[in-house]
Design a protein around this ligand. Sequence first.
Ligand SMILES: Nc1nc2c(ncn2[C@@H]2O[C@H](COP(=O)(O)OP(=O)(O)OP(=O)(O)O)[C@@H](O)[C@H]2O)c(=O)[nH]1
Ligand SMILES: [Mg+2]
Length: 295
Amino acid sequence: MTVKSGYVSIVGRPNAGKSTLMNAFLDFKLSAVSRKVQTTRNKIQGILTGKDHQIIFVDTPGVLEPKYEMQQYMKKEIKTSFKDTDLILYLIDGSNIVMKDLQKIEKDYKKDFAKHKRIIALNKCDKLSEEQIFDKIATLRQELGIENIITVSAATKLNLDILKKVIIENLPEGDFYYDDETLTDKPEKFFVSEIIREKILELYEEEIPYSVHVDVREFKVRDEGQKDYINADIILERETQKMIILGKRGEMIKKLGELARTDIEAFVGKEVYLKLFVKVRKDWRKDHRFLKNIF
Ligand SMILES: Nc1nc2c(ncn2[C@@H]2O[C@H](COP(=O)(O)OP(=O)(O)OP(=O)(O)O)[C@@H](O)[C@H]2O)c(=O)[nH]1
Ligand SMILES: [Mg+2]
């Protein structure tokens, strides 16, 4: 039996549906998803193992022009994901095609795209009519000079079987990198902090979600029948943001805690006790020392 395995970097503009797509392939909610842009900050592996194939998906932050230090670190995450990749899966949001941004990406990432095999998928096709899909593909071909485009929907799993087949066809032959039970490269703690951040993206408006870093300080696994104990810091950029995170009489943070706890429990498969603390680290998004620690 020939065995194929390799790395597949999922890249695209913010909000294209990269994390949703990886989760759909894994059939597991691994990576944080939200309707807001810039949900993903770190590259995250999601490993899909079959009888004769192992696809190591690498979910990456959305491509954007860095405006402050943290976004430079995010961009570096995309760049390093290309280093050892076997394949680039480039995802375009079919419901929101901004041609000048897509053209800029073709230009900025020209070398990376030329160096690796690339599969291009048009996502969110569940939102489009057949005619619209046809038109958009024609425009993309013309404006970007790209050829094959696979139409998919990460949300409804439309054509994901076809996409998976094409991915496997393009992977090199070779032994698995991980055993068949490994799902990701990141520790459980990381996903706990991502779940909390995902709920912050859901609950709060404007700058708040972007000013937040979540640090899981303690994760005590306790014996069967006892709840695990998790203690996490919500780190903000300014004192004034504290009031917003807490809400009137602490109502918002209570809601946040409840929503996060429910999802953390689904993720770890048991009941947890979640304690949240709010702290301020001034302008941490521009602070290299801090960023080096968290990236
Ligand atoms: N209708 C529809 N919505 C989708 C589809 N895929 C993703 N979405 C939605 O699009 C939004 C963004 O999805 P994400 O998976 O977080 O996008 P992303 O590319 O990872 O975004 P960043 O991490 O910010 O770069 C969410 O609200 C998803 O539910 C799809 O195929 N169809
Ligand atoms: Mg994402």
